[in-house]
Design a protein around this ligand. Structure first.
Ligand SMILES: Cc1ncc(COP(=O)(O)O)c(C=O)c1O
Ligand SMILES: NCC(=O)CCC(=O)O
Length: 424
């Protein structure tokens, strides 16, 4: 049974110098976070020398497994030549070409450092392009930690009970209209009422920050139709799904054509990245071609772009997405079988899944209230004691990589069913 003595000591130290002892609230959990220091493939290792099969995978990017040798080598090659020039580089061009090759809705991109920056900039561009201020998002949707989207936000904001963050000016929050996910009638009536004032609808194609909740039939298509009819933009936030559910993201899988797309996570091969892009007609409004301002010292930096290019090539050459999808199907079906009779519901698509501690199906953010959050905290800790690292909240997704072995999946299922019997 794993023990976490050194993590506990470090948490005492970190609380004196980091807010809540962490650098992101999503990493703060009871009784104290486990401090990691090493990784290889499907495994991560903590400061006490414990080994874990990892299903958090850095909150998503590591579909390749940790420390993939090809990504490591690409970064090392770049380190030999420099890691920050603040100038144009050939790699940026290569990366932009690769992204638009895989995303038919994208002619041009801008590369930034995080998903947060990507959605923040995409919303500014949508507002600048349409000359309108209002945006629509969905309850429990998470698009990063910036003002316009910290309204009824999922992920850590919900975990820590602050889906509407203080500090966001009321005047700005009022410009964000929040609707229930998968509710076609509400969406239609908002457009009928004020469609001409809406700059854009931003949506995760598959909910990933209020657990994994796929779209109901026709919901994304309805967003597409209404935004087109009313001259608003459809911003598809593929920070989680991009380069994960298929090379061309959820838009390829579902046959959608958004106006703007945001990417992150897997797209950086584990290095910090955000990308947003769309058709030239819209992108040309971004500075320096247009007036909508956006900039950044580290945007498109050479190390991240080297990692990203290698990652995208690797995804294709090693057929990583199909392999990870099959592992996803396997773990979901085995877990569901193993927990029959318990109030547990394993849902998901592709290489992502949620272990909801409740017996009913989860269709929207409100349904998460039916889940047992206290039991999840115990479940998370007991799993870690038994060598399995899960995301620390039911709001976050479990991810599986293409290098998780069948043996590891079987061990995980056995451990999870024993632990769940105990904690429920
Ligand atoms: C759908 C979605 N959009 C945007 C973000 C923000 O990305 P980042 O954490 O890289 O800023 C996240 C992060 O979890 C996300 O899940
Ligand atoms: N789904 C939310 C995140 O991935 C955020 C991770 C973090 O802030 O550490």
């Amino acid at each position: 049974m794993n023990e976490f003595r050194r993590s506990k000591e470090l948490f005492v130290r970190s609380q004196d110098c980091l807010v809540g002892g962490v650098n992101s609230p999503a990493r703060s959990y009871s009784p104290f976070p486990i401090f990691m220091e090493d990784s290889e493939g499907s495994k991560i290792y903590d400061v006490d020398g414990n080994e874990f099969i990892d299903y958090s995978l850095a909150f998503g990017p590591q579909i390749f497994g940790h420390r993939h040798p090809r990504i490591k080598q690409a970064v090392e090659r770049q380190l030999e030549r420099g890691w920050a020039f603040g100038t144009s580089t050939e790699k940026e061009v290569e990366l932009a070409e690769l992204v638009s090759k895989h995303y038919s809705s994208i002619d041009k991109v801008r590369v930034v450092n995080t998903g947060t920056e990507a959605t923040m900039s995409a919303l500014r561009l949508a507002r600048g392009y349409t000359g309108r201020d209002k945006i629509v998002k969905f309850e429990g949707g998470f698009h990063g930690a910036h003002d316009s989207v910290l309204v009824q936000a999922g992920s850590g904001a919900s975990t820590h009970g602050a889906p509407d963050s203080p500090g966001v000016p009321r005047e700005l929050a009022e410009k964000t209209i929040v609707l229930p996910w998968n509710d076609k009638e509400k969406l239609k009536s908002v457009f009928e009422e004020i469609g001409g004032e809406i700059a854009c609808v931003i949506a995760e194609p598959v909910f990933g920050n209020a657990g994994c909740i796929p779209p109901k039939d026709g919901f994304l298509e309805l967003i597409r139709d209404l935004t087109s009819d009313y001259g608003s933009l459809f911003v598809l936030d593929e920070v989680i799904t991009g380069f994960r559910v298929s090379m061309g993201g959820a838009q390829e899988l579902f046959g959608l054509e958004p106006d703007l797309t945001t990417l992150g996570k897997v797209a950086g091969g584990g290095y910090p990245i955000g990308i947003f892009g769309g058709k030239q007609e819209i992108m040309k409004h971004l500075s320096p071609e247009g007036d909508v301002y956006q900039a950044g010292t580290f945007s498109g930096n050479p190390v991240t772009t080297a990692a990203s290019i290698e990652a995208i090539k690797l995804l294709k050459e090693d057929n990583i997405i199909d392999k990870a999808n099959r592992k996803g199907e396997k773990i979901r079906s085995k877990l569901n079988k193993a927990v029959k009779g318990l109030p547990v519901n394993v849902e998901g698509i592709s290489s992502m899944f949620s272990i909801f501690l409740c017996s009913e199906e989860i269709n929207d953010y409100g349904d998460l209230e039916k889940c047992d959050f206290e039991a999840y905290t115990k479940f998370h800790r007991e799993m870690a004691k038994n060598g399995v690292y899960l995301p620390p909240s039911q709001y976050e997704l479990c991810f599986i990589s293409y290098v998780h072995s069948d043996r590891e999946i079987e061990d995980t299922v056995d451990i999870a069913s024993d632990v769940l019997e105990k904690v429920l």
